[in-house]
Design a protein around this ligand. Structure first.
Ligand code: BMA
Length: 329
């Protein structure tokens, strides 16, 4: 199954050493094409090094960690030039940080969805920008919700987003079994008409929470979209912290073009799971977290993913193969 995708030989395509400002972990990026070039917004966790994290295992103190969102540009989607400074950061008395940006261009308007940690829960945010320098926040969900991704066009006159709320009390007996939902909005601000798309129990190769990954791409057979899924590991996976037990894998599904709450088909096996050293080892090893997916005119699909919560990577495949993998043989 994983032969469906080829990892780019330049992987990781972006990491902390490429960034001209304080940066420790560069991962979970959103990518779009805009005005003739590729644009990436990436998560940058900064403030402490690997050595400090490892030393903290002994002392028990939690190292200082802040998060901002940086930008990079590319002519080919492979070689990236980071901007000179971070472009987005949310922080005030209530909001602790914004992270995990996903980028869409809807009717020519770049829109970024992101997760927001606040003192009163995890919120999903949406902001618009025209220049990738200033961002206007247009909506913040109630907690707990995140992993929002927008469809690249309106459907039935509405903006559509996939999202992952975290219903703790109603899923008792099955902790961390969170599902993928769909909501609609006339204006990016007011969201409703929410419907369940995929329950975590429908992903037998994972067993724990799932969530939308990169914004879907249109194909004649349906919206092709990735998701992430968590598999618990009894033994600790390699990490900089004391322990890490969650393997993150990528899955693939096809949603109905007119009613994307309906699943047309799903690939029976994971699309990507940690294999290379840069995926298995790092801040949190064995984490594959796609945030960008582009369909090129040639039929090539580029899938961008954070690896080990440490670096940003690229894998490519053919749209026909990916769609076929979601349909019954
Ligand atoms: C999720 C998010 C992601 C992260 C993943 C693995 O809960 O915080 O940003 O990549 O965990 O640590």
């Amino acid at each position: 199954m994983s032969e469906l995708l080829k990892r780019n030989p330049a992987n990781p395509i972006l990491s902390a050493r490429d960034i001209p400002y304080d940066a420790s972990l560069i991962f979970n990026a959103g990518i779009c094409r805009y005005e003739g070039r590729y644009v990436m917004l990436f998560r940058n966790d900064y403030g402490s090094t690997e050595a400090e994290w490892r030393a903290a295992r002994e002392s028990g103190a939690y190292p200082r960690l802040s998060t901002n969102i940086g930008i990079a540009f590319s002519d080919d989607g492979i070689r990236w030039t980071p901007g000179p400074r971070p472009v987005f950061q949310l922080r005030d008395d209530e909001i602790l940080r914004a992270y995990d940006p996903r980028l869409s261009v809807v009717d020519g308007q770049p829109v970024v969805c992101f997760a927001v940690d606040t003192r009163h829960g995890l919120r999903g945010g949406i902001a618009v920008t025209d220049d990738f320098e200033t961002f206007r926040v247009v909506s913040l969900s109630v907690p707990d919700n995140r992993n929002m991704v927008l469809f690249p066009e309106k459907i039935g006159g509405n903006y559509m987003r996939l999202e992952r709320p975290m219903p703790v009390y109603s899923r008792w007996g099955a902790p961390e079994q969170f599902d993928i939902w769909l909501s609609a909005s006339p204006d990016l601000r007011f969201w409703g008409d929410s419907r369940l798309v995929l329950g975590a129990e429908k992903v037998p190769w994972a067993g724990s929470k799932i969530g939308p990954a990169a914004p879907p791409v249109r194909t004649p057979k349906g919206w092709l979209t990735t998701f992430h899924a968590v598999r618990a590991s009894e033994a600790s996976l390699p990490c900089w912290e004391r322990e890490w037990h969650k393997e993150y894998l990528a899955g693939l599904m096809l949603l109905d073009l007119e009613d994307p709450s309906k699943i047309v088909g799903m690939a029976p096996e994971p699309l990507l799971e940690a294999r290379e050293p840069y995926e298995r080892e790092g801040f949190r090893g064995h984490v594959i977290f796609p945030g960008g997916m582009l369909l090129e005119p040639s039929g090539e699909v580029k899938i961008y993913y954070g690896a080990a919560d440490t670096v940003e990577c690229l894998a490519t495949g053919s749209v026909d193969d990916l769609v076929a993998a979601c349909l019954p043989r």
